[in-house]
Design a protein around this ligand. Structure first.
Ligand SMILES: Cc1cc2nc3c(=O)[nH]c(=O)nc-3n(C[C@H](O)[C@H](O)[C@H](O)COP(=O)(O)OP(=O)(O)OC[C@H]3O[C@@H](n4cnc5c(N)ncnc54)[C@H](O)[C@@H]3O)c2cc1C
Length: 222
């Protein structure tokens, strides 16, 4: 981003904590901003610039972001502390993790806050997809109810122990990759992957080996 002339400026309206390390930040929508569900923007504060996916659908009046506060992280910690009324510089929307209509079965696979592009797509009207969301505990299954309502199949995958989630429909104990290694049949598919680099690497390797005609779109956050 050109620091002397950022594409946009946005004002923080509110912050809601969804669990002890993750919050939703709502900001004003700059005039003239256009984007596709699933795209991201660069945010800049205190001289640091990082990318964050727009959680809101393209017709939203304000912009929401789902942000994990990384221990020792420069910008995520700054965003966790910025007061309402604070102004952030913002870059132009970018990215290709956007939904492409298809006759193939569609799988959205996310770890942690990597669920953000799929929340935007669901809010934009995408339906009928299979969604796997990996988290340590139930507190990390952000937007579970609205996603389960939009999805044809919603599979929460918990890698840690969480007795409070024992009765959750479709719950799988383990990683998203393990679920698919055990259960994915047929194909070809369209896969959309978002979140940790390790998940994207393992999923890509698995799909290339066992479902080679599958199309894969991905975005690594860390
Ligand atoms: C295209 C794109 C979209 C993204 N969208 C989002 C989003 O919607 N929400 C979101 O929360 N993040 C998102 N990220 C990640 C985000 O851009 C930052 O990398 C993240 O917030 C950490 O920045 P920081 O300045 O706080 O940490 P830094 O100061 O950059 O890093 C501090 C330390 O933390 C480590 N670290 C960095 N990220 C993580 C992590 N996620 N988990 C654990 N350790 C980490 C670093 O290796 C480093 O050692 C996205 C990244 C990309 C590339």
């Amino acid at each position: 981003m050109d620091l002397s002339a950022p594409a946009y400026r946005t004002t923080v309206l509110s912050r809601i904590w969804l669990n002890e390390e993750t919050f939703e930040l709502t900001c004003t929508r700059p005039q003239g901003l256009q984007f596709l569900a699933g795209q991201y923007v660069a945010l800049l504060a205190q001289g640091e610039e990082r990318e964050y996916t727009l959680l809101s659908p393209p017709d939203a009046l304000s912009l929401r972001f789902l942000i994990k506060k990384v221990t020792g992280g420069q910008l995520s910690v700054a965003l966790a502390n910025i007061a309402p009324g604070g102004v952030l510089a913002m870059g132009k929307p970018k990215g290709y993790l956007t939904y492409r209509p298809t006759d193939r079965p569609v799988y959205f696979v996310a770890t942690g806050v990597g669920i953000a592009p799929f929340v935007a797509m669901a809010a934009d009207g995408v339906r009928g997809f299979h969604l796997l969301h990996g988290a340590r505990t139930g507190a990390g299954l952000f937007y579970r109810q609205e996603l389960a309502a939009a999805a044809g199949q919603y599979i929460p995958c918990l890698s840690g122990k969480d007795p409070s989630m024992a009765a959750l429909p479709g719950l799988y104990h383990g990683y998203v990759t393990e679920y698919l290694q055990e259960n994915l049949k047929g194909g070809p598919f369209d896969f959309y992957l978002c979140g940790s680099r390790a998940m994207i690497r393992d999923m890509t390797h698995f799909l290339d080996q066992h479902h080679p005609d599958t199309r894969i779109y991905s975005e690594a956050y860390s």
